[in-house]
Design a protein around this ligand. Structure first.
Ligand SMILES: NC(=O)c1ccc[n+]([C@@H]2O[C@H](COP(=O)([O-])OP(=O)(O)OC[C@H]3O[C@@H](n4cnc5c(N)ncnc54)[C@H](O)[C@@H]3O)[C@@H](O)[C@H]2O)c1
Length: 371
């Protein structure tokens, strides 16, 4: 098994290290001690993750002389609310956490976003350490400092930027992930590979089988490449005013699919993969993308087990949902268009082409065809 590795994220507001490897959870106490100087922390986890990993985390904190208060929330996106954040903050106050305390977010993107948001507002901000335990959170959400909770009007509508002091990504924790959660993460891995460039894309093509089989070394390498890629993008654009927007590749149609199908009916990863297929189709026709890139990306998604949804969608409803995307400007949807591995732009596409693209997508997805 490969030795753990460290990737540094450098943003204008500071820099921090991401520790990636099999079994690094046992070092969480030492990492908190080194980076936060805290003696008292709130360890936030959902019920599932707490059952698997709370004991080892509390032991590690204890060994480092840190008192951990375990705060457990129900699993699922339904917990990422303003009200739940209030409960966590009240519990932190009741536990007597002060400004010198810290928050450790142990879990997937839901806990990372919720606990991170609590860290950003508790006493106007306390130290945060992210300990991601899903593939999606290890390759994406734990890096970059975006935190949020959902409002009834929509996802992630209340939030804050807070960079963690450190990220501890134990790739061994991923062994217990469900196949659906695993695939959600794989779609983000594919997205990172296409956006990062030829090196990562070719590596993923060559190692897709090992990654799908969760081979420990292949998984560690994939996570490390994704983190290095995201660190670079975030380092250049901490507050998402420019290049960071390209990280939304596949998400314009992806979010629309989730919305039209009904939240939870189509796994997030599959929806993003479908969005990447449409974006590639559009990029070939509108952005002068490298010939064959759409086909190459389609084959990569297929080899990662990101199969077509096979549902049939109403184009009118999809078109409307596409406009609700946050990248839209004056009601005109914009898409992240990869023109070559490692090269992407964000652009609106002509209405006619968009409708033609949606038509192509609906018929190809419904038949379960390869793109
Ligand atoms: N802040 C960001 O930059 C950013 C980026 C992308 C996504 N997100 C957010 O991330 C969230 C999705 O994150 P997610 O996909 O990790 O979902 P999640 O946190 O809900 O985790 C998915 C499920 O996996 C379970 N789980 C977690 N770790 C496990 C493990 N090791 N073994 C077994 N089960 C485990 C959880 O209990 C949960 O039921 C969304 O709310 C999204 O908005 C944030």
């Amino acid at each position: 098994v490969s030795a753990p590795v460290t990737v540094t994220v450098s943003v204008p507001s500071g820099s921090y290290e991401v520790l990636i490897g099999q079994g690094v959870l046992e070092r969480v106490g030492a990492v908190v001690a080194e980076t936060c100087a805290a003696r008292h922390v709130a360890l936030v986890a959902d019920e599932t993750v707490a059952d698997y990993f709370a004991e080892e985390s509390l032991d590690s904190l204890g060994t480092a002389g840190i008192r951990g208060e375990l705060l457990v929330i129900p699993p699922g996106e339904g917990s990422k609310t303003w009200v739940r954040a209030g409960d966590v903050l009240e519990s932190m106050a009741r536990a007597g956490l002060d400004r010198a305390g810290a928050v450790v977010a142990l879990g997937g993107g839901v806990v990372g976003d919720l606990a991170g948001f609590c860290a950003a507002v508790y006493m106007r901000g306390v130290a945060l350490v992210q300990v991601p335990t899903t593939l999606l959170s290890q390759v994406d959400s734990s890096i970059g400092g975006k935190t949020a909770v959902d409002l009834s009007a929509g996802k992630n509508l209340a939030g804050a930027f807070i960079q963690p002091r450190a990220v501890v990504s134990d790739t061994a924790t991923l062994a217990s992930l469900s196949e659906t959660e695993w695939r959600s993460g794989l779609a983000e891995v594919a997205k990172s590979a296409v956006l990062d460039g030829e090196g990562f894309m070719a590596w993923l093509e060559a190692h897709a089988e090992a990654v799908v089989a969760r081979d420990p070394d292949a998984v560690q390498e994939a996570v490390t490449r994704c983190v290095a890629f995201k660190a670079e993008v975030v380092g250049a654009d901490e507050r998402e005013s420019g290049p960071r927007e390209t990280l939304n590749l596949g998400h314009t149609l992806g979010h629309a699919i989730e919305n039209v199908a009904g939240y939870g009916a189509v796994p997030h990863g599959l929806a993003v993969a479908e969005g990447m297929r449409l974006a590639a189709w559009l990029a070939e026709r509108h952005a002068g993308a490298q010939p064959g890139l759409a086909e190459r990306q389609g084959a990569l998604l297929d080899s990662l087990g990101l199969t077509r949804t096979r549902r049939v969608y109403d184009i009118g409803r999809l078109r409307k949902a596409v406009s609700a995307d946050k990248k839209s400007r004056e009601g005109r949807p914009r898409f992240v268009l990869a023109v070559a591995p490692g090269e992407a732009k964000v652009d609106a596409v002509p209405e006619e082409l968009l409708m033609e693209g949606l038509d192509w997508w609906v018929s190809s997805a419904g038949k379960g065809e390869k793109s």
